[in-house]
Write a protein that binds this ligand. Sequence first.
Ligand SMILES: [Zn+2]
Length: 142
Amino acid sequence: MNTWWSYLQKKPSERAKCCNMIKIALDCHHLNACKARYEYGISDRCVYCNGGRETIEHVLFECRSNTETRENYWKKFEDECSIGLKNSLKVMSNVDKTNLLISGLGNTFTQEWIALYEKIVEFVHNLYIERVKLNASNINNE
Ligand SMILES: [Zn+2]
C-alpha cells in the first residue's frame, strides 16, 4: 500500500495534504508539466524563472522563485533526518530526491518514521500549494 494511505490512517486530519501527496505520486497534479498534457494551449514551462519545465522536482528543488519557502521547510525536514539519510540526500540528484520523498522513503510505511513523514508532507505540500496558488492568481489577473 502507498505510504501516504497508511500515514493518513494514523493522521486523519492530514487528509487534504495526503490527497495531494498521492496526486503528486501519480504524476497527476496542477503544475504546468502535467496540465500541458491535458489542456490545450498550456505551456509546460515554469514562468517564474528560466529553469525549464514546471515539474514537481523543479518546484521542490530547482526553481529560484521559491528559495525561501524551500529552505525553511527543508531545514525542518533535515532536523528530523538521521545523519545517514541527510548525507545520502546531499549526493542525490533532484529527481532521485523527489522520488524518494514522494514515495514516502520507499513505499513501505514505517511507524517509527511518522515524524519524518510529517516533515516530508510539510515540505512537499507547502511548496506545491504555494505554486498552485501563485499560478491561479496569475491566471485570474490576465
Ligand atoms: Zn522555475
